[in-house]
Write a protein that binds this ligand. Structure first.
Ligand SMILES: [Zn+2]
Length: 162
């Protein structure tokens, strides 16, 4: 695993905007597919839009602040090793991603892995966001997206966008 670089340079508010834009594109693509648009075209366009969004945030989101894991327990160990984080919240964060992953499996999707972005908030406090990555060869139907997003007991702000 790559070594931890602290403090992170990615700002929480930039990451939140980035996630919002990505989620909006994913939701739009699902809606277009449900409305019988050409699926391959929608998928190609989605990938292009995600690349464009990533490009426009490139200078704000540092790749150094992104850590990827195959298993949830690796992610948990990683978070627990960072003493600057509120340790009491970590088990809940892990349970949260576990709920996403289990729902994905239940719906027949493979979970590729998990990632964590370390960030600083407005008070220069170190914080993080975790993401469960699903294997998909095309557009995921909006009902599945919603079910996976809302699987945890306390869906995040970003989860509720789906
Ligand atoms: Zn979530």
């Amino acid at each position: 695993m790559k070594s931890i670089s602290l403090p992170p340079t990615t700002r929480l508010e930039d990451y939140i905007e980035y996630r919002k834009e990505i989620n909006a594109e994913v939701n739009l693509a699902s809606a277009r597919c449900a409305a019988d648009f050409d699926q391959d075209g929608v998928y190609r366009n989605l990938k292009k839009r995600i690349d464009q969004i990533y490009e426009s945030y490139r200078d704000l989101l540092s790749g150094d602040d992104v850590y990827v894991f195959k298993e949830l327990n690796e992610l948990e160990k990683f978070l627990l090793s960072i003493s600057e984080l509120d340790q009491t919240m970590i088990p809940e964060a892990i349970q949260h991603e576990k709920a996403h992953a289990e729902k994905a499996n239940e719906l027949g999707y493979d979970v590729k892995g998990f990632s964590c972005v370390l960030m600083v908030d407005k008070n220069r406090k170190i914080t993080y966001a975790t993401v469960t990555h699903i294997q998909s060869e095309g557009i995921i139907p909006s009902e599945d997206l919603r079910n996976m997003a809302l699987a945890p007991e306390n869906p995040s702000y970003s989860d509720k966008y789906h």
